[in-house]
Design a protein around this ligand. Sequence first.
Ligand SMILES: *[C@@H]1O[C@H](CO)[C@@H](O)[C@H](O)[C@H]1NC(C)=O
Ligand SMILES: *[C@@H]1O[C@H](CO)[C@@H](O)[C@H](O)[C@H]1NC(C)=O
Ligand SMILES: *[C@@H]1O[C@H](CO)[C@@H](O)[C@H](O)[C@H]1NC(C)=O
Ligand SMILES: *[C@@H]1O[C@H](CO)[C@@H](O)[C@H](O)[C@H]1NC(C)=O
Ligand SMILES: *[C@@H]1O[C@H](CO)[C@@H](O)[C@H](O)[C@H]1NC(C)=O
Ligand SMILES: *[C@@H]1O[C@H](CO)[C@@H](O)[C@H](O)[C@H]1NC(C)=O
Ligand SMILES: *[C@@H]1O[C@H](CO)[C@@H](O)[C@H](O)[C@H]1NC(C)=O
Ligand SMILES: *[C@@H]1O[C@H](CO)[C@@H](O)[C@H](O)[C@H]1NC(C)=O
Length: 727
Amino acid sequence: MTLSRVLAILILQYSLVALVSSAGPPSGWKTLQGSPPMVIARGGFSGIFPDSSSLAYGLALDTCGPNVTLWCDVQLTKDGVGICFPELKLDNATDISIAYPGKAKDYLVNGVSTRGWFSVDYNFGELANVSVVQGVYSRTNKFDGNKLPILTVEQVAKLIKSPSTGLWLNFQHASFFKQQNLSVENFLQSLPGRSVPVNYISSPDVDFLRRVKSSFSSGPTSFIFRILEQSKIEPTTNQTYGELLKNLALIKTFSSGILVPKGYIWPVDSDHYLQPHTPLVTDAHREGLQVFVSDLTNDVPFSYNFSYDPLAECLSFIDGDDFSVDGVLSDFPVTPSAAINCFSGLGENAKRQVDTLVITKYGASGDNPACTDLAYNQAKSDGADVLDCPVQMSKDGIPFCLSSIDLLESTTVADTQFKNRATTILEIKFRSGIYTFSLTWDEIKTLTPSILNPYEKYILSRNPKSKNLGKLITLSDFLSLNEGSHILISIENAAYLAEKQNLHVTDAVLDALQKAKPRSHKVMIQSTHSSVLKIFKDKSKFERVYKVDENIRDAADSAIEDIKTFADSVVIGKASVFPESSAFLVNSTNTVARLKSFKLPVYVETFSNEFVSQAWDYYSDPSIEINSFVIGTKVNGIITDFPKTANRYRRNLCLKNGNKEPYRSPIEPGKLFKQISNLYLPPLPPPLPVLTDSNVTEAPLPGVSGKVPSSKAAPGVGAAAPAPITA
Ligand SMILES: *[C@@H]1O[C@H](CO)[C@@H](O)[C@H](O)[C@H]1NC(C)=O
Ligand SMILES: *[C@@H]1O[C@H](CO)[C@@H](O)[C@H](O)[C@H]1NC(C)=O
Ligand SMILES: *[C@@H]1O[C@H](CO)[C@@H](O)[C@H](O)[C@H]1NC(C)=O
Ligand SMILES: *[C@@H]1O[C@H](CO)[C@@H](O)[C@H](O)[C@H]1NC(C)=O
Ligand SMILES: *[C@@H]1O[C@H](CO)[C@@H](O)[C@H](O)[C@H]1NC(C)=O
Ligand SMILES: *[C@@H]1O[C@H](CO)[C@@H](O)[C@H](O)[C@H]1NC(C)=O
Ligand SMILES: *[C@@H]1O[C@H](CO)[C@@H](O)[C@H](O)[C@H]1NC(C)=O
Ligand SMILES: *[C@@H]1O[C@H](CO)[C@@H](O)[C@H](O)[C@H]1NC(C)=O
């Protein structure tokens, strides 16, 4: 080996060392021992696959890497076998009621009579043909036909291939088994210590912990006291968990740590806004107790302060100024893995690792009413590169920014005197609307903006505190508010407005831009119409963005060549990149690569934080979705209503590292879909169309000069009366 080779290898090794040690906060982890927090996969990756199934544990290991701890809720069978299953009753998340119909029984559980199928009534052999299924109705049931067997603790331990992978056994109902004359201690003693190294044992039962701790005191196992709701009574001590937690010194006598619901650390008020954190982690650490946090789940609404971004919530527990918990229990363990290894210690000014543009969708409209001054100001502070203004026209020809031509969609106009201006205009949409061109700007500016709630039908609302804050702004206001910023002006309905309302939106835009010191902005003009883009010819002033308004699987060469004559870049929808069926990605198209091979940058929309907006394949984590487009298909820009999430993504440390870590590699489209058993397969979607020349070419806009109108007469003044009121 030559000296230079040796040197190169040495340098490589050193740089790897530097990379590994650069993860985590610069001042070191504020965990009890100073080591990175643990990721504990509750029932495996139970957010996607049936809880405690082989698929769930397998996915946790695949996505988190070896440094994950597998959590198993242990239940005992009649013959004393320990199985991993999330609940005492088997009926909720298995098909036992089909295998053993009519065999439900009643038991007292914590003093409450409970009916169901209990593990204590069956020998393990009798459960052989019972399969685990999805027990949480909001999660996908598509893996219920996979005949996934109930696993024993030993079988789960066998899935572990690396000494850095941990096993955590939780005994939620130890006293119930004792009442049934089944001994958890005997079960634990029966585990072959070498092949089943139990790292953690947790329980909410003080008596149980005291007993097992004394019989296992010499081993490597740590005992963790699981804290339940504040008002619940712990039977051994007859105190509530809330009271017990005030006596950390007592807890220390029977455990080496606590596992608490997240609200004990970050409480929320009755409106789901975050309150200041409690001193619990610091106090427990002072007492020498580790602190683990539970209930971090990507697919339930959490505090509005995190804007539906589960990574942001996770970081609040591990990357704060004051503390870090020692471990995070999650149904979506990939999110804490990425938080710990890629996103912690980033700080406000971390360097960008990719040059993907972050383009807003109506400003930061995930947290504010769309296109208001507040939405744009927040977008800037969130790190967006390009601020977008969809231009609408008032009756008196004033261009202004609003997400829709229909004021009903993002203002409270329905509650005002203007509600009788509703009209039905079939060229625009089938239902009636209150259109911007039916009100003058003086009227429009009195309207109260209202936040968009695209996922209302899932009962997910956006930031209620800002629901009606901010004000609508004219295009000129937008230009001066965002002076010096990179902006995108989108123009739709131009032909209708010119023909039927005598309003010339392209002229109005050119006029506003000319008046607003043109050099202070970098301007993109976006439209779904080639006829609009053709008017903005001056390439030195404008980047013309063609938006394909339908999902496509490909584009014909002739169509792309045509696009190149009037546009400089293209916007497509997410499904044009990864087609979906029942929220599973089916495969990927070549659309991005094709457009890019013609030197057309590609921007993709719309990236939102709400988990219901993402395919299952992204594990309900918006950063994983973004990563799959940025790294997986190399898109040039992300169009998002939550620019903070996309901007943080661009700075994460794992991008520097070539995305070798499993929690950072782009998802494989179609991988989950292929794991669905035949009976449960959703129908394949009909193939998406190919964009052709005829989709792109258009007649020129009617009555458009392409020249900037003289400033004497504002464009459109004296327009024809609005269409008659029909509603
Ligand atoms: C499950 O196994 C039991 C006992 O072997 C058998 O009686 C029962 O029919 C099986 N049930 C199903 C659904 O296969
Ligand atoms: C079923 O079990 C899951 C946890 O595995 C739980 O979240 C859900 O509430 C249960 N459903 C019912 C109807 O008990
Ligand atoms: C995984 O854990 C081992 C020790 O168990 C440690 O040396 C290694 O750095 C960890 N890897 C990561 C990526 O945290
Ligand atoms: C448990 O054992 C005790 C003593 O042997 C007995 O009295 C009791 O009935 C048993 N309980 C059950 C549920 O089998
Ligand atoms: C538990 O405490 C309550 C009130 O604090 C008391 O009424 C009850 O008798 C106690 N039970 C036991 C078993 O100590
Ligand atoms: C959460 O958001 C609310 C409303 O914006 C704010 O008043 C509160 O201070 C935030 N909580 C924290 C802990 O930052
Ligand atoms: C993707 O799936 C569709 C079916 O929905 C199929 O028609 C198409 O050929 C597939 N494309 C690739 C590249 O596999
Ligand atoms: C292209 O035009 C055809 C015919 O009008 C239409 O059926 C198809 O949906 C259009 N495709 C796209 C991608 O716009």
